[in-house]
Design a binder for this molecule. Structure first.
Ligand SMILES: [Zn+2]
Ligand SMILES: [Zn+2]
Ligand SMILES: [Zn+2]
Length: 171
């Protein structure tokens, strides 16, 4: 099935990450794209790398390396930390996962293969992560920095807060 961004909730609308949607569609679609991109880059989504990506794609939640390792161990992939770390490193290098520094965790990228520098919206209650377009934020910061003669080279924006579901629960 060809990818149609307009029909993919995870692609069409960053807010979908926080709302009820057909997440199986996000997961299947992203996994297929990752598979294709890895092949095009001459890299291989080995069973363990693929499984780590699948685990991260189970929801929009970020998971720590330790959580990933526990899952791998439970599924018989062995309990050696380097197995999980190396797989996560590979996936991050190829843009299939994002490192969420605020949580010291990883979240599957919903837009693999697209050049993007998202603003990460992180729910502090459920660890869900959404990728919002980062261009307007970047432009504003470039202007502010430029006024001070500063050239921004790298920028990661992580916003911590509450997703709609958790905000409702807390109200
Ligand atoms: Zn989804
Ligand atoms: Zn992304
Ligand atoms: Zn939440």
């Amino acid at each position: 099935m060809a990818h149609d961004p307009a029909r993919c909730p995870g692609c069409a609308d960053p807010a979908a990450a926080f709302g009820p949607h057909d997440h199986a569609h996000c997961a299947t679609d992203v996994l297929a794209r990752a598979e294709m991109l890895a092949g095009a880059a001459g890299a291989r989504l080995t069973p363990v790398r693929r499984r780590v990506l699948e685990i991260l794609l189970e929801s929009h939640r970020a998971l720590g390396a330790y959580d990933v390792l526990n899952r791998l161990a439970a599924e018989g992939y062995g309990n050696q930390p380097p197995v999980a770390y190396r797989a996560l490193e590979f996936l991050e290098e190829h843009g299939f996962v994002h490192r969420i520094r605020r949580l010291n965790a990883f979240a599957a990228c919903m837009h693999p293969g697209e050049a993007h520098a998202p603003v990460f919206l992180i729910c502090r209650a459920c660890q869900s992560v959404a990728e919002a377009p980062g261009a307007p934020v970047r432009a504003a910061l470039d202007a502010a920095a430029g006024a001070m003669g500063f050239a921004i080279e790298r920028l990661t924006v992580e916003a911590l807060g509450l997703c709609p579901a958790c905000a409702e629960g807390a109200a």
